[in-house]
Every structure is written in C-alpha cells, then in structure tokens.
Design a protein around this ligand. Structure first.
Ligand SMILES: Cc1cc2nc3c(=O)[nH]c(=O)nc-3n(C[C@H](O)[C@H](O)[C@H](O)COP(=O)(O)OP(=O)(O)OC[C@H]3O[C@@H](n4cnc5c(N)ncnc54)[C@H](O)[C@@H]3O)c2cc1C
Length: 495
C-alpha cells in the first residue's frame, strides 16, 4: 500500500500535519510513503513566484530532499495529471497534503479531491500553515472581519487556541518508496535558478559565518533560536529600526513552510515563560504574536476576498487617477530617487531579497503617494525581488500602504521619508550601508542631500546629479498633490 505525501508550501518534516497523518497510517497499515513535490506549470502567470523566491525554493527543495535521504520525487507539470499517473503507477490509495490558500490552489485542490474520490483514492488535507483557519473566524453575523484589531482580538484570540506543534516524524529510508524507476525531474531541471549568476551575491547574504547557505528546515529552526535569544527581548521597540537585529527574518522560512507559524508562536511563548515572563518581555511577546497575526489576516483576506492581488479592496479607488510614469518607476526600482532611505530600502531589496518592514512601508508610501504610481506596480516588483514574496502578505500590505485595502492606512498618512529616516535610522547606519556614495555626509544632511548646503556637499566630495541624484520630487509639493487627489475619494472605510 502506497500513500502519497504531496509537499507544497510546507517544506519540512516537523510539525507537518499531513506528513504526520500519512506516517501514522503507514505505521498502522504497513506500506510505503511516496514524497512528491510538483512545480505546478498551470499557475496563473501573474502569480508565478518571482525570480528571488524561486532561488530560495531551489535550495529549500535541496534541503528537503536531503532530509528525505534523496527520496523526494520532483516533477513539473499539472499536479492533477501527475498525481493520477503516480497513483496508477505505484498503486497509491491515498494522498495527503497541507492546505494552501491562494485562490487557484483552493480551486485546483477541490478538483483533485473530487476526481480522486471517483477513483476511490482518499485525499486528506490539513492545516499546516495558519494558526486559525480563515473560515473559523467570523463576525457574529457570519461575515468576515475587515479590520485587523477585531479580527485578531475578538476573532482569533477568543477562538480555539492554535494547535500545538507536532514532533518531527521518525522516517527511515525503507519507509520511503524507491523513486528510481519513476519519471521525475531533478531539482536543477526545474530551472528555478536564473541563467545569469546575479543571484549568487543575493544568496551570499543568507550564509552563516562558515559560508553555509541558511535555507531549509534546519536553518529555519536555527534562525528562530537566534531570534528568541537575541531579538525577542526589546522586539516591540527595536522592530522599527532597520539597522538593528530585532526582527526575526523568518518570513522566507515561513512562506515556504520550512517552519510553521505554530512552531514560531509556541517557541516564543515558551521562551518568555522560561525567562519568567517579565512584563516587558510579555509585551514584546504580545507584539510579536500580533505580527504573526498580520500574516494570518493577510491570508484571511486573500481567502475571503480572492481578488485582492489585483483589484482594489475598496472599490472607490477604482476611480483614482494614477499618473503612470516610467522614469519615476525605474528610479524607484533602482534605488535612484535621491531620497536616501528610499534608495537604501530598494537596494537592500535588490541585493538581499529582503527589506525591513518599516522601510517596506516607506518605499510603498513614497511610490504610491509621492510618485502617484499604481500600487500594483510596486507589488509586482516586490513579488519578483523578495525571497519572502507571498501573494497574501504582499497584496494585503500593498493595499494597506495605498489606502485601498481592508483596514488600510488612511489616505492622509503619507510618511515623510526624511523625518522617518532621522527617527528610525538616526545614526545613518542603514543608509550608509546601502547608499555608500553619500556616506561622508554628516547625519544632519544624510537624510536629505538635496537640501544640503553646497559647502557641506563639497566637503563630502559629493556632486549631486553626478555622484547621487537630486530628489526626483519635492516631498512637500508631492505630498500636497497626493492629499488633494486622495481627498477627492472620500474617507469612508467599511467596518
Ligand atoms: C509593501 C509591503 C509588502 C510586503 N510584502 C510581504 C511579502 O511579500 N511577504 C511577507 O512575508 N511579508 C510581506 N510584508 C510584511 C512584512 O514586511 C514582512 O513579513 C516582514 O518584514 C518580514 O520580516 P521578519 O520576518 O523579520 O518579520 P518579524 O517582525 O520578525 O515578524 C515575524 C513574522 O510575522 C509576519 N509578519 C510581520 N509583519 C507582517 C505584516 N505587516 N504583514 C504580514 N505578515 C507580517 C511575517 O511572517 C514575519 O516573518 C510586506 C509589507 C509591506 C509594507
């Protein structure tokens, strides 16, 4: 008897409910397990993972295959067809997977279940990535929440406590089906890595001091341990400062399911309990939990409102007249806007595949409000460049920044990137790391070189327009312009 375990966004062996169930069945009924990963070629084009996250996926699959002693069957094509063929070839009578929440994956999985039912192949799906299932948290009138705080406080926290993590399964080579006679691709054949080696530098940022790439389940556990020891205490304050190591950087690991939200949630809770739960630590923990809940909220919104990756959540934004401008967009993408904190963020994104959350909000606000470019342009660039590119979090966050989302930032919240930089990068460490050409400027002018006096620029040996661009827009004037345009839309937000 063969059971298929279909790995998707759950590339781990511990706290993997589908794998756990498949192994339990194998142990009680005998038989073997066939571990499969399928590069789904039928995803809608706009949602195919971007270049940076495909690099991550390549290495994450290598790590999973290693944990499975080289017995991960990797295929490419239509999952419905491939799974049916595999069931036929191996005589598998059951398929297990953990649920995904992207709209087309939900649709596809439903169809696969229905087809397999007709053929007497049992399909079982599990919750392996969310703390609360989106359909379990509803308002009293049984409609979905649209505002984060009641969703989390009234909905999630008063629902059942999240499932406790399951232990790693005990699997030996003999329990995994020999895949040598099955048609398969190698991980290399999936061509997840780019043809040119631009990704080498980016991936180098994810190595440890011994030069080992920190991708995969073990690396995720290591990252979590480092965060619990070095970042959690002081998280609430420190998480806003991009040069500090207060945030967890777990987002790519969570996206690919190298670690589960449940593991992270409970490990943080246990850490605070073990450290005797000092009041400040408790509030750091609460804050960290609420950030995990923003991830939940994003998935919740995507599940209930599957159009959010492309369409304004608030329909009144459909009338908004963006001012598409290729030159602005290019300057933003390349980190050449002349506003140092924006350029630092966009270069961090390009060089590392990651950007600190505070800076994501700043570059987003700048693009959408000061430059009046459509949020979809920003979302698509992020999707291509982030190693943690995640349809739910990216779409919900961009709509939040634009003001068009559920519970979004109000239109009048237009971050001033100069004062924000002075506040959150006060000693300029982050800016100097990513915008080294202006490093010699004193802090007073580092955040806004376009307004630095000539003698200061000369002393720092900087010629604006040559060494570093003049600001592409006047912050005050562009803010006024945005306020006027957004105001026309009215401010009502559905609750
Ligand atoms: C414009 C914009 C685009 C974004 N795109 C993505 C994306 O594609 N993928 C992605 O994972 N996150 C996205 N975020 C959310 C957030 O910036 C990242 O999750 C966070 O910066 C990841 O860093 P971390 O793991 O160190 O976070 P931590 O502060 O350590 O938080 C722990 C975890 O909580 C979750 N989380 C934290 N903040 C948020 C948030 N605001 N929304 C949703 N989840 C959150 C993440 O899973 C994160 O790993 C975006 C935010 C903005 C403003």
């Amino acid at each position: 008897m063969v059971s298929i375990i279909w790995f998707r966004q759950d590339l781990r062996l511990s706290d993997n409910p589908a794998l756990h169930a498949a192994v339990a069945r194998m142990k009680s009924c005998g038989g073997k397990l066939l571990a499969v990963y399928i590069d789904d070629q039928k995803w809608p084009k706009a949602s195919v993972a971007g270049a940076a996250s495909r690099c991550w996926l390549h290495h994450s699959l290598l790590a999973l295959d290693h944990s499975l002693n080289g017995r991960l069957l990797v295929c490419s094509g239509d999952p419905a067809k491939i799974l049916a063929e595999l069931a036929e070839q191996t005589g598998a009578d059951s398929v297990y997977w953990n649920r995904c929440y992207e709209p087309w994956q939900v649709q596809r999985d439903k169809q696969i279940k229905a087809k397999f039912k007709q053929r007497n192949i049992a399909c079982q799906s599990f919750n392996g990535s969310l703390l609360w299932e989106p359909w379990q948290v509803l308002k009293k009138d049984q409609t979905p929440y649209k505002v984060f705080t009641p969703f989390y406080r009234r909905g999630c926290l008063s629902a059942q406590v999240p499932r406790e993590p399951l232990p790693a399964v005990d699997l030996n080579q003999d329990q995994l089906l020999d895949i040598s006679k099955l048609t398969r691709s190698s991980i290399d054949q999936l061509k997840l890595l780019p043809e040119h080696n631009w990704a080498d530098d980016m991936l180098a940022r994810w190595q440890n001091t011994a030069g080992e790439l920190q991708i995969g389940e073990n690396a995720a556990k290591q990252r979590l341990a480092t965060f619990l020891n070095q970042g959690l205490a002081g998280y609430k304050q420190g998480r806003d400062f991009p040069s500090q190591s207060s945030v967890s950087r777990l987002s790519p690991h969570l996206h690919f399911g190298e670690i589960s939200a449940n593991q992270v949630w409970y490990a943080a809770t246990d850490k605070v309990l073990a450290d005797s739960g000092a009041d400040t630590l408790q509030s750091d923990l609460d804050h960290f939990h609420s950030e995990l809940a923003w991830r939940e909220f994003s998935y919740y919104l995507l599940y209930h409102f599957p159009e959010i990756p492309t369409e304004n959540f608030q329909k009144k934004f459909n009338n908004f007249q963006w001012k598409a401008n290729e030159a602005y967009l290019l300057a933003w993408k390349k980190g050449q806007t002349g506003i140092p904190i924006i350029d630092a963020g966009m270069r961090e994104l390009w060089q590392t595949g990651y950007m600190h959350n505070r800076v994501r909000m700043l570059v987003g606000s700048f693009l959408v409000k000061n430059l009046l470019q459509p949020w979809q342009e920003g979302a698509s660039w992020f999707f291509d460049c982030l190693v943690d590119a995640d349809l739910a979090s990216n779409s919900a966050s961009w709509q939040w920044v634009a003001g068009s989302g559920a519970d979004a930032a109000p239109y009048f919240r237009i971050f001033n990137p100069v004062t924000q930089a002075a506040k959150f990068d006060a000693n300029g460490e982050y800016i100097r790391r990513y915008v080294p050409e202006i490093a010699a400027l004193p802090n007073k002018y580092l955040f806004d070189p376009s307004n630095a006096p000539d003698d200061i620029l000369q002393q720092a040996n900087i010629k604006l327009g040559k060494d570093y661009p003049f600001a592409i827009v006047d912050l005050k004037a562009s803010r006024e312009r945005a306020l006027a345009k957004f105001k026309d839309l009215g401010s009502a937000i559905e609750r």
